[in-house]
Design a protein around this ligand. Structure first.
Ligand SMILES: Nc1ncnc2c1ncn2[C@@H]1O[C@H](COP(=O)(O)OP(=O)(O)OP(=O)(O)O)[C@@H](O)[C@H]1O
Ligand SMILES: CC(C)(CO)[C@@H](O)C(=O)[O-]
Ligand code: BAL
Length: 317
């Protein structure tokens, strides 16, 4: 049986009002931030939220602040009505879907285009990379950075990504004011970064990391999988298969990270993929390790056709 239709809120102040009035009634709120085009991985976050909170909010917002103009913002998949149906298929459904049109619209209080162009000029002379948000000239110039954790892996290949994620998640936290927020461990580095941000900035929110959901054949579920051709989708199984083999080998005593990383890199290249990175890092600090001694995570990003996929496996020896 389908759950009831959620309340759909598009306006920041209406979202805030809803949260305030629910909190005044003693209700706890769980937030699941997403970019839409939902799959079972997202729904597992919602199911986890149901276990911990009275009320649930799923946000659907494709954030221009975490994409550079050369990334795939314009082709990011979306299906709002399909998403609502999927959310209603989960027992208990969802109370609110927060689906803002533009989270960076500050009305007359924005300082506007002139300042934005100035910021862009400075950056182009400095760090050299701007996000789609700055490119659009919307007057936003405040960014949250988790300086060390954002440096490696996805932060290296997507230079504005974690700055954009930490900033938009801070905005969502301020607007929705949840007690709990749920993030998937598929995006392992993102989950760690949000946890650190919440600790360092004293957000009064508990961040819950939820296990990754895979398709039956092992491919990590991801909205971008829809862009894989059937051939590339088959080839992409090499990521999970080589990671699983490496994990088995590590558990049997092969702890040299160069050897393990090479085995995964070669398997993905032989399948026809292009490696972005293959890193074995400490689960907490995300620092690369040479030898597996304790709790590490083996993280991979690889391209198949025009699609960049990420995956990881935790290894505890
Ligand atoms: N397979 C999965 N298992 C568990 N959580 C997931 C999975 N895929 C995504 N999530 C989580 O859902 C939340 C929203 O992610 P997002 O909307 O970007 O989806 P996505 O499938 O990761 O998309 P993308 O193709 O951009 O990687 C994040 O916390 C993310 O970690
Ligand atoms: C956390 C997030 C919703 C921020 O835009 C996004 O990075 C995602 O979907 O993982
Ligand atoms: N789940 C990560 C969002 C992104 O790739 O932009």
């Amino acid at each position: 049986m389908e759950a009831k239709e959620p309340l759909i809120i598009r306006d920041k102040s209406q979202m805030r009002q809803w949260s305030r009035s629910m909190r005044a009634q003693g209700k706890t709120i769980g937030l699941v931030p997403t970019m839409g085009y939902l799959h079972e991985g997202h729904l597992s976050l919602l199911r986890e939220a149901h276990k911990q909170t009275h009320l649930t909010v799923v946000s659907i917002y494709v954030n221009p602040g975490q994409f550079t103009p050369s990334e795939d913002l314009s082709t990011y998949p979306s299906d709002f009505h399909g998403d609502i149906k999927k959310l209603m298929s989960v027992p208990g459904g969802v109370d609110v879907v927060f689906h803002p049109h533009n989270l960076y619209d500050y009305g007359s209080s924005g300082c506007g285009d002139g300042v934005e162009r100035e910021v862009r000029r400075e950056k182009e002379g400095g760090e050299g990379v701007v996000s789609c948000l700055e490119e659009r000239g919307l007057g936003h110039e405040t960014w949250v950075r988790v300086e060390r954790l954002e440096k490696g892996m996805c932060g290296k290949s997507r230079p504005v990504f974690f700055r954009g994620v930490a900033t938009v998640v801070s905005k969502l936290f301020n607007i929705v004011d949840p007690d709990f927020a749920f993030f998937g461990k598929k995006d392992y580095q993102q989950w760690r970064i949000i946890r650190r941000m919440v600790r360092d900035l004293d957000f009064s929110i508990e961040v819950i990391g939820v296990e990754m959901v895979r398709d039956d054949d092992g491919l990590a579920m991801s909205s971008r999988n829809v862009h894989l051709s059937p051939e590339d989708r088959k080839k992409a199984l090499s990521i999970n298969q080589s990671l699983s083999k490496a994990k088995c080998a590590a558990e049997k005593g092969l702890v040299n990270c160069t050897v393990l990383k090479n085995s995964v890199t070669i398997a993905i290249l032989e399948a026809g993929g292009r490696i972005d990175y293959a890193e074995i890092v400490d689960q907490e600090s995300l620092e690369a390790v040479d030898e597996i001694k304790g709790a590490v995570v083996f993280c991979v990003a690889a391209w198949f056709g025009k699609v960049r996929l990420i995956d990881n496996l935790e290894i505890n020896v």
